[in-house]
Design a protein around this ligand. Sequence first.
Ligand code: NAD
Length: 349
Amino acid sequence: MAPLRVTVIGSGNWGSAISIIIGNNTKRSNRFHSLVNIWVFEEIVNGRKLSDIINQDHENVKYLPGHQLPHNVVAVPGLADAVSGADILVFVVPHQFIGTICDQLAGHVKFGAFGISLIKGVNQGPSGLKLISDIIREKLGIPLGVLMGANIASEAAEEKFCETTIGCKNPQHGEIFKELMQTPNFRIRVVEDCNTVEICGALKNIVAVGAGFCDGLDFGDNTKAAVIRLGLMEMVAFARLFCTGTVSTDTFLESCGVADLITTCYGGRNRRVAEAFARSGKSIEELERDLLNGQKLQGPQTSAEVYKILQLKDVMEKFPLFVAVYRICYEGQPVQEFISCLQNHPEHY
Ligand SMILES: NC(=O)c1ccc[n+]([C@@H]2O[C@H](COP(=O)([O-])OP(=O)(O)OC[C@H]3O[C@@H](n4cnc5c(N)ncnc54)[C@H](O)[C@@H]3O)[C@@H](O)[C@H]2O)c1
């Protein structure tokens, strides 16, 4: 069989880090073509095109500075060119851009290609929840797995040990994804319950915003543990209410569940910006611009999408933490009132 060609769609912080892992693995494997395309949303950085910087200096100086990309990872600024001939597509862009990207890709994807989404986020559909993976499947007509876990990009790029979870209904594809991305310090477990894996990755970012409020208000570690636990209970309840197919409680014990929740409530940009929000009184948009140098926040936006889904089903009272995060970020509810969503949580009645 011809070696499988891989394209990574997205070159932000995580897109760049996973390209290092993938590029190093394809170099050593007969199963994959060693050359890996990485699609770059072109921009000018220090007077040069980012794609030129990546191809000449082998570093994404804007989104993952200080880390060398393998020379077989090639930056391509055109979407259609980037996916031309690719058998495996790895989607890793902020979720707000995926619809437009898929529209541009339609008609350019190789017959028989399949993909995996590393994107953490949700959308609202006509009858409630719309998973990002469903948008990709519907728009491109390809089978898709997901990868989510306790994987802060900079730490994974430094090869610090971590675990991750692949959700994939097709066992053969699951095995290929594992071979493509597993390393001694990036350990992968494959499960079938892909919808739950994906929803964990999206919802934990809302909880991280709550954890950041908690830090910004100097509530302490006990309170933060309560935010994490109550957030987890809301994640489970949300998955049971809105995910189609079986929702296995065991999935929440994988890296995509409790481990990602913990790492994101202690590290990561959502927690950091939410802490700054509570301390400074600046808006989320202002802080995203000032603190993240082009990186995108996922938590506040996901809370807005989840809020609409909860409203549609009239179940807001069952999700006080998710609702409070949305109202504080976008409706001017004072952040000092965050504690009341914990005090009056249905878990305690
Ligand atoms: N960074 C992490 O530690 C991490 C870890 C796990 C998962 N994720 C998830 O990976 C996904 C991608 O995040 P990231 O951290 O790689 O990105 P990022 O937030 O670091 O970077 C933003 C990216 O968006 C691109 N962009 C900006 N405007 C655009 C537009 N109009 N159209 C298309 N692209 C545009 C930028 O070029 C850049 O590549 C997200 O869903 C995130 O939740 C991130």
